[in-house]
Design a protein around this ligand. Structure first.
Ligand SMILES: [Zn+2]
Length: 489
């Protein structure tokens, strides 16, 4: 069989003030046909290699098109989206026909003129392919699951874990499902259930941990091929924004509908418990000081991974005002400050205006005296599933006893080597602050039991009832409405 692989991946924060353009897709590794044969550590390459290995094992031929990821920010420029989309479609047409299409997508990509880029891409591929080709997509769970995606895909599988440590496993499942569908062994039928919820659901704590484990049990049932809980992406305003469940069965639409509803209602029943309740900066720093172990604090609202600028320095300001020592803080996206420090060189003490630059959510900058401790022109850190994530020009500066990481390629912090790779010794720290909402738990969880997500100022606020949606349908969602499905009566 012949397999076509492609993907344009980004999570669009429609409230972010700056657009996603070509540079956004190029700075994390842009592949044209060669992701799976490259030695790149990018997650796109990791998944393409996995699909190539599986195809080689089964004697199938793989043709790759574009695979590219952009760090979340505002809507993708229409011309950029269309250029990438049309290149994928042209490859698909000119190099076809194909029996299977495997897509690595996000599910919450918005361009300046399209609220559902994934639905648009899948529909156009379907129009070229006709009804027989098995078209599957592996998605981030922070996706907007839409009718266009569902109607035109043979199978959609989201990751189940947040942090998303399971892209390889889910991609493997997608490969198997599509291969069996293409061979005519199964006939996947998908149904969607809308939970009418907006939320943020880490799978590292209850009740989401137990619910996630239960999803794997549901998949063992007769005729159930796959189930996914699409958490939704609260900061993307589209008609379909929200938490939705997909169930895929083997040619049994009634069962698919029943299973999707069963899962959706089970999650809906614990919606109150699922609301994030984070400490404010003052209480978080107090808890960190009272901890015997090293405390890892997450600057949750300024997470680049959700489209935030990653240059809000409010938490660092509070730490400096309290005279905090033996701490590390990163990574502040401030290319100007990074270049200034690199120009000054290691050992130089200089006055620095830090952060507070990109937009309103950045807050005010900090004027500090910093000593440059290390400069790495092309730094990277460990990502999820063994991938590597570019950080660009990255510097370590000491600011009054706090080791601060400043970088030029916007990204959240995933792994301790974002600090240790520069020479910072985390074993001597009382407090380590990471700009991330949840993915950091995969890398930092093993270091300490004191993990403190902090309700900081910034772009990603968890007050879901107050998000200023203009496009979203069904504004009677939880938590704006206590019981939108009317199940409490
Ligand atoms: Zn995600």
């Amino acid at each position: 069989m012949r397999i076509f692989v492609a993907g344009i991946i980004t999570e669009t924060n429609t409230f972010a003030p700056w657009p996603t353009g070509r540079r956004g897709f190029e700075e994390h590794g842009f592949f044209r046909g060669d992701a799976g044969t490259s030695a790149s550590g990018a997650e796109t390459a990791l998944i393409a290699r996995l699909w190539r290995e599986l195809a080689a094992r089964d004697g199938h031929e793989v043709v790759e098109s574009i695979l590219a990821f952009a760090q979340p920010s505002g809507p993708t420029i229409q011309a950029v989206y269309e250029a990438y989309r049309d290149e994928i479609l042209a490859d698909f047409q000119s190099k076809g026909p194909f029996d299977i299409v495997l897509l690595f997508l996000h599910g919450a990509m918005v361009s300046t003129e399209c609220d559902d880029c994934e639905g648009d891409l899948i529909a156009r591929l379907r129009a070229i392919a006709g009804p027989k080709t098995a078209i599957g997509a592996v998605l981030d769970l922070h996706c907007h699951l839409t009718g266009a995606m569902l109607q035109n895909a043979t199978a959609l599988i989201t990751v189940k874990e947040y942090p998303h440590i399971d892209f390889p496993e889910r991609s493997r499942e997608l490969y198997d499902l599509c291969r069996r569908a293409a061979k005519g062994e199964i006939k996947p039928v998908s149904m969607l259930f809308d939970c009418r919820m907006i939320g943020f659901y880490p799978t590292t704590s209850e009740p989401m941990r137990g619910l996630t484990d239960w999803l794997f049990e549901v998949e063992k049932r007769e005729r159930v091929l796959s189930v996914s809980f699409g958490h939704g992406f609260p900061w993307g305003d589209t008609p379909d924004t929200g938490s939705r469940v997909i169930a895929i069965t083997d040619n049994d639409p009634a069962l698919a509908r029943a299973v999707a509803e069963e899962i959706g209602l089970k999650i809906y029943a614990v919606r109150e418990t699922l609301l994030p309740r984070y400490r404010n900066i003052e209480k978080a720093l107090l808890a960190a000081r009272e901890s015997n172990a090293m405390a890892v604090l997450a600057d949750t609202a300024d997470n680049a991974g959700g489209g935030a600028p990653s240059d809000n320095v409010s938490l660092l300001d509070a730490m400096l005002q309290q005279g905090t020592r033996d701490a590390a803080f990163g990574a502040i996206w401030d290319p100007i400050a990074a270049e200034t420090c690199a120009e000054a060189g290691v050992g130089t003490k200089l006055r620095l205006r830090l952060g507070g630059k990109a937009g309103a959510a950045s807050g005010t900058p900090l004027d500090v005296v910093a000593t440059v401790k290390a400069v790495k022109p092309k730094f990277d850190q460990g990502g999820l599933s063994g991938s590597r994530v570019a950080m660009g020009l990255t510097v370590w500066v000491d600011i009054e006893g706090i080791d601060v990481v400043i970088n030029s390629t916007r990204t959240q912090v995933f792994c301790p080597d974002a600090f240790t790779g520069l020479g910072i010794d985390l074993s001597t720290k009382r407090i380590v602050v990471v700009k991330s909402s949840q993915h950091y738990q995969a890398g930092f969880g093993p270091l300490t039991e004191t993990i403190i997500p902090v309700a900081t100022p910034g772009a990603i606020q968890m007050n879901f009832a107050e998000i200023d949606y203009k496009k979203k349908r069904d504004l009677d969602y939880f938590p704006r409405v206590a019981d939108p499905l009317g199940k409490d009566k």
